[in-house]
Design a protein around this ligand. Structure first.
Ligand SMILES: Nc1ncnc2c1ncn2[C@@H]1O[C@H](COP(=O)(O)OP(=O)(O)O)[C@@H](O)[C@H]1O
Ligand SMILES: O=C(O)C1=C[C@@H](OP(=O)(O)O)[C@@H](O)[C@H](O)C1
Length: 332
């Protein structure tokens, strides 16, 4: 199913450098869901890993009256601060959404550090979808080389081609949550494929993102690590670069179908909303979108043809069938 792709020589590829185009990308294709059970990148394994990430601790029957005492006053979604309550809410919205979602893929976009991979795994687990992370698929297709090394050895253009290839190959499947790399939004062709599903933007402020990527180590994100002065405050370096990137990219992210804020309240002010809360916001935003679409479709079906009553009794006098009513009954 993979399309052979030409790797451009421009943008860093020197003469004599090995041309690794279609071979690498064919193995990218081997990571897609229908072969996932035999590939290293097993969606089952990812789902098992999910069990270890912070999740609503249990899902219980939705309580009629939620007890919100003791939670942060003014919190717009106070139940997010109590994982039992949040579990109820997640169940409620998932139950409504799932039948209407009908296997539609969910694509997560957003800047580096916005939590696309972390939240994506949990969302996939909740919806019983398979999870794919385009960065991880690219790494696996290159003998587990980290993205930073692929950038260094092959250049950004090559990485972007791999990314587009994966997006294209995953798009015809169903029941997937796909976490994309932060720059996947830059190519219009990627949007053509992502818009076959629902695209959700995880939107957080760069202060929060910088804190997270600095904690991970900015060397993992080549666009942030490039030319970082030795001994500099890496969080500050990351923040400056993220600000510039976001300024360029915002207009692309704004093409998303739904936007979810990462803002945290109360004790989560600094670290941003917990993963389960972000997932809840995602589910709610997607559900709102899907239900609105459903209402719009129902509305469109609810029409009457003007003059339909006259049509019923009209006689076609000059036709061989004159004297026959259009509903098939013989005229008196
Ligand atoms: N809701 C959250 N609360 C706290 N830390 C988070 C949250 N979501 C993600 N993180 C952390 O932020 C870092 C970046 O998350 P990641 O999922 O890799 O982002 P992305 O895939 O968008 O680059 C990771 O260290 C992750 O553990
Ligand atoms: O924003 C970007 O251009 C990139 C984001 C990274 O993914 P994450 O957003 O998952 O960190 C990765 O694809 C690569 O380093 C480039």
């Amino acid at each position: 199913m993979s399309m052979p792709m030409q790797r451009p020589m421009a943008g860093g590829a020197r003469a004599g450098q090995v041309q690794r185009s279609s071979a690498a990308l064919r193995s990218v294709a081997s990571q897609v869901p229908f072969t996932a059970h035999r590939a290293n990148f097993s969606s089952k394994r990812v789902l098992r890993q999910d069990a270890r990430v912070e999740a609503p601790s249990r899902v219980v029957v939705v309580r009629a009256e939620a007890d919100l005492t003791g939670l942060t006053p003014g919190h717009p979604y106070p139940w997010e601060e109590d994982f039992d309550l949040l579990g109820d809410k997640v169940k409620e919205v998932t139950d409504q959404l799932l039948p209407d979602l009908r296997g539609c893929n969910i694509w997560l976009v957003g800047m580096m550090g916005s939590g696309k991979s972390t939240v994506g795994k949990m969302l996939a687990n909740t919806l019983k979808y398979a999870f794919f992370d385009t960065d991880s698929v690219i790494e696996l297709a290159h003998d587990k080389k980290p993205v930073s090394q692929i950038f260094a050895e092959e250049g950004q253009d090559y990485f972007r081609q791999c990314e587009s290839q994966i997006i294209k190959e995953l798009s015809p499947y169903r029941n997937l949550v796909i976490s994309t790399g932060g720059g996947a939004v830059l190519k219009p062709q990627n949007w053509g494929y992502m818009h076959l599903g629902i695209v959700a933007w995880l939107n957080g402020d760069t202060e929060l993102l910088a804190r997270r990527v600095a904690k991970d180590g900015i060397e993992k994100r080549p666009l942030l690590a490039a030319d970082a002065p030795e001994g500099a405050d890496m969080q500050q370096v990351a923040k400056t670069k993220l600000d510039a990137l976001l300024e360029d990219r915002r207009k692309y992210y704004e093409n998303a179908d739904v936007v979810v804020t990462l803002e945290g309240y109360g004790k989560d002010l600094e670290d941003g909303a917990p993963t389960a809360a972000v997932m809840y916001r995602l589910l709610t935003a997607i559900n709102d979108k899907v239900q609105a679409k459903k209402r719009e479709q129902a509305e469109r079906m609810n029409f009457t043809i003007e003059g339909a009553d006259q049509l019923k009794t009209m006689r076609t006098m000059d036709s061989p069938a004159g004297g026959l009513q259009l509903d098939g009954n013989q005229a008196p």
